[in-house]
Design a protein around this ligand. Structure first.
Ligand code: FE2
Length: 365
């Protein structure tokens, strides 16, 4: 609750009951006024013309209401008071942190119940929330008892957001067959990677449905990139710094396009929390650093890649027809062991912002 306030020269000092205190600049508070005159509550958009606010803005009066649940301010340029809630002010203290402990980091052991969910449950009202929470917490799930055609991919995608269009189209199907020559149909091992390091906005989710499996081998591999980053931050901090600061280019050249993007393998936010893993050794472009740093970079990706390729950090599973693997491409590296025979798969991508959106709507984040 709000315990005390003090009007300073250009700031309002607010003390909360848990002893946290913060000084909010007048201009910031005035800019974030959410009364009828300044805020459209229907569209959640600002009405205030911020650039027109005076730099000599003053607080005429301020008072605490409802035992500290609210704060009222009468501004020098407005005729009626503006109300600010405790929740709003507390959430916007400079020391407020996002609770990243919600992520359940894992190495290779995960409770099966958290990962597998039945299709009918996943699309039911309650089941969908459970599925979404586990997908958010662990980074991947397997939905079983799906129809073995592309319509199941579309149904799940539409439940979450919408199918992303990319150079591969929207919904896609492919067949891996030893009798087909094209490398796209490879049966060779695919080492753990994230998709679209060449895109400025890599897909947030990838869905992969097994439609047919007449083969031996081909285990799908999931690796928790956040776990590896966390481990490297603690145990190999010099290499962690390299991977979190050096921008690595990714390329997709062919099929009539030339896509390129670059970012660190561990992308951090301003609080130094990890927000995205981008690692694809197949698609990495060519770049130079000063020689000492270049050599250190190779040392760092070697450490990272050896861990991603170690069974200690891998969850492995052979997808059967009707099983749909869905994973967070900003966190989980995916791979597949070699196989012999034929496999038919369908899938699609979903944008990261749409995954975040559905998690927010369902109070998961
Ligand atoms: Fe991939």
């Amino acid at each position: 609750m709000i315990e005390n306030i003090k009007i300073l020269n250009k700031e309002l000092k607010v003390q909360f009951s848990d002893k946290v205190e913060d000084n909010y600049p007048f201009i910031w508070l005035r800019d974030n006024a959410k009364d009828e005159q300044n805020w459209d509550s229907r569209s959640n958009q600002r009405k205030t013309f911020t650039a027109s606010l005076s730099s000599n803005l003053k607080i005429k009066e301020a008072s605490i209401l409802d035992n500290g649940k609210f704060l009222n301010i009468l501004w020098s340029d407005l005729s009626s008071e503006v109300t600010y809630s405790y929740d709003f002010l507390k959430k916007n203290t400079l020391t407020h942190k996002i609770d990243s402990s919600k992520f359940r980091l894992w190495k290779n052991n995960i409770n099966k119940e958290k990962i597998f969910i039945n299709y009918e449950d996943a699309i039911s009202n309650n089941g969908f929330k459970i599925f979404l929470k586990n997908l958010y917490d662990y980074g991947f799930c397997v939905i079983n008892n799906c129809k073995t055609d592309i319509s199941a991919v579309e149904s799940i995608a539409k439940k979450i957001g919408y199918v992303r269009q990319s150079i591969f189209g929207g919904l896609w199907s492919f067949e891996s067959n030893e009798n087909m020559a094209d490398s796209a149909y490879t049966q060779e091992e695919l080492r753990p990677h994230t998709d679209a390091t060449y895109s400025n906005d890599a897909p947030g989710l990838q869905l992969l449905l097994c439609c047919q499996y007449k083969a031996r081998g081909g285990e799908s591999i999931m690796v928790d990139g956040f776990k590896i980053a966390d481990f490297m931050r603690k145990e190999h901090n010099d290499l962690f710094k390299i991977l979190s600061t050096i921008e690595v280019p990714g390329n997709y050249i062919g099929d009539g396009v030339c896509l390129e993007s670059k970012r660190p393998i561990f992308k951090l936010n301003l609080n130094k929390e990890i927000v995205q893993i981008s690692f694809n050794n197949y698609d990495r472009g060519t770049f130079r650093l000063k020689n000492d740093l270049m050599i250190k970079f190779y040392e760092a990706i070697k450490k990272f890649d050896m861990m991603a390729n170690s069974e200690k950090f891998q969850w492995r599973y052979i997808l059967k027809p009707g099983e749909l693997l869905i994973f967070n491409n900003w966190r989980i590296l995916h791979g597949r062991k070699a196989f012999k025979g034929s496999r038919k798969m369908s899938g699609c991508y979903i944008n990261k912002e749409d995954f975040d959106s559905v998690c927010k709507i369902n109070n998961i984040i």
